[in-house]
Design a protein around this ligand. Structure first.
Ligand code: PMP
Ligand code: GLN
Length: 384
């Protein structure tokens, strides 16, 4: 077995969802909404399966979807992308990340990453032969700073991976911090892979600022999106890569040997969905923000210290004030004794993890959140 992969445990999402199933626990671990998702978008997919063309779609993605992606980002983020040469469809953001890293890393290249980091990044960087240089961001704000960037970037740096909004910390990077990163990329001639799958799920009047829009970044950013997140249909695994033609060509050369293409019925439905009116996206944000506030207020009332959540489906709690110093032990106790699955944030680090933060997914019906809160209250009190 490849040694990079042999050294790794099963992902924390699989472990916690498995325990939730086995124990009948409420699953606030792996991030997915518990509603069926937009009916019109699902209806389009069903129609496309029934009446559409189900043979191999083009390797770069259906032309209708690539045009819809370009139109979507022009409307929502004022980005102007050529659907022919700057947009590609992948089988989820995960494949977009894999293709980007396999396509752009040459063995020995240094890659800057920020922890907490989404679990797929490190294995993919290492599998592609990259040398990770990881900067741990400090809780509770997890922002980039000039000093950390100066430590991480060097003349050997070829790539940086940023996730904004950041899963698991639910951080949205401030524009001035993105400017620091853009400046480091320009100074060291580095390409940025920006995983923006949570771009539509930002709260409290925030708007998403794509790294690609910063000065000097248009030609050196690979932007990644996910229809699974945009429509709350996480099993669909339809992703997008947007980049200037020379970068996209490199990513496409890896994509052609990974999955080659993505189910056409889902591409057709996503093309339709991306054109939905602005109200759909703002209602989604309002709904998730309400759920965040419900869980957050309930946790605070039960003695938890809740960290700020500016975006994503997640909020985090600091378990140190409850007397815990081990997030894995806390999550094992929570799922086994109290029936709630959560994610220990230490799983998102390579070295020197923060060990007292636990991630909870609030993209659930009120009744599910309320039932989870009762159980979390017992856990906070240390009840049996
Ligand atoms: N990147 C981040 C930061 C994510 O949170 C996720 C999924 N939660 C992905 C990538 C993967 O997206 P997809 O399901 O489209 O592969
Ligand atoms: N991205 C999802 C999360 O953070 C999980 C995806 C997965 O299970 N690999 O919960």
């Amino acid at each position: 077995m490849n040694p990079v992969l042999a050294a790794l445990p099963t992902t924390i999402f699989t472990v916690m969802s498995g325990l939730a199933r086995e124990l009948g626990a409420i699953n606030l671990g792996q991030g997915f909404p518990d509603d069926p998702g937009p009916e019109d978008v699902r209806e389009r997919a069903a129609e496309a399966v029934r009446d559409g063309d189900n043979q191999y779609p083009p390797m770069m993605g259906l032309p209708t979807l690539r045009a819809a992606i370009a139109a979507h980002y022009a409307r929502h983020q004022d980005l102007h992308l050529d659907p022919q040469t700057e947009v590609m469809v992948t089988s989820g953001a995960t494949e977009a990340l894999a293709a980007s890293l396999l396509g752009l890393i040459a063995p020995g290249d240094e890659v800057v990453l920020f922890a907490p980091l989404y679990d797929a990044y490190l294995p993919l960087v290492r599998r592609a032969g990259g040398i990770p240089r990881i900067v741990n961001l400090a809780p509770p704000h997890f922002q980039l700073d000039a000093e950390a960037l100066a430590r991480a970037f060097s003349d050997r740096t070829r790539l940086v991976i940023l996730n904004n909004p950041l899963n698991p910390s639910a951080t949205v990077f401030a524009e001035e911090n993105l400017a620091l990163l853009a400046e480091a990329c320009r100074r060291h001639d580095v390409v940025a892979i920006c995983d923006e799958v949570w771009e539509h799920i930002v709260f409290d009047g925030r708007t998403h600022c794509p790294l690609m829009a910063l000065p000097g970044m248009r030609e050196r950013t690979v932007k990644i999106g996910s229809a699974g997140k945009i429509f709350g249909l996480t099993g669909w695994k339809v992703g997008f890569v947007m980049a200037a033609p020379p970068l996209l060509k490199a990513v496409a050369s890896a994509h052609q040997f990974l999955t080659f293409t993505t189910p056409p019925c889902l591409q057709t439905a996503v093309a339709y969905g991306l054109g939905k009116e602005d109200g759909y996206f703002s209602d989604m944000r309002t709904r998730f923000a309400r759920s965040r506030d419900r869980l957050s207020a309930g946790l605070a009332a039960r003695g938890f210290t809740v960290l700020p959540s500016a975006g994503t489906y997640f909020l985090n709690v600091d378990i140190a004030p409850l007397g815990w110093d081990d997030d894995v032990a806390f999550c094992q106790n929570l799922v086994r004794r109290h029936g709630v699955a959560a994610i220990p944030v230490s799983a998102f680090y390579d070295a020197d993890p923060v060990r007292t933060i636990v991630r909870l997914c609030f993209a659930k019906q009120d009744s599910v959140l309320d039932a989870a809160l009762d159980r979390l209250g017992d856990a906070a009190r240390g009840a049996a």
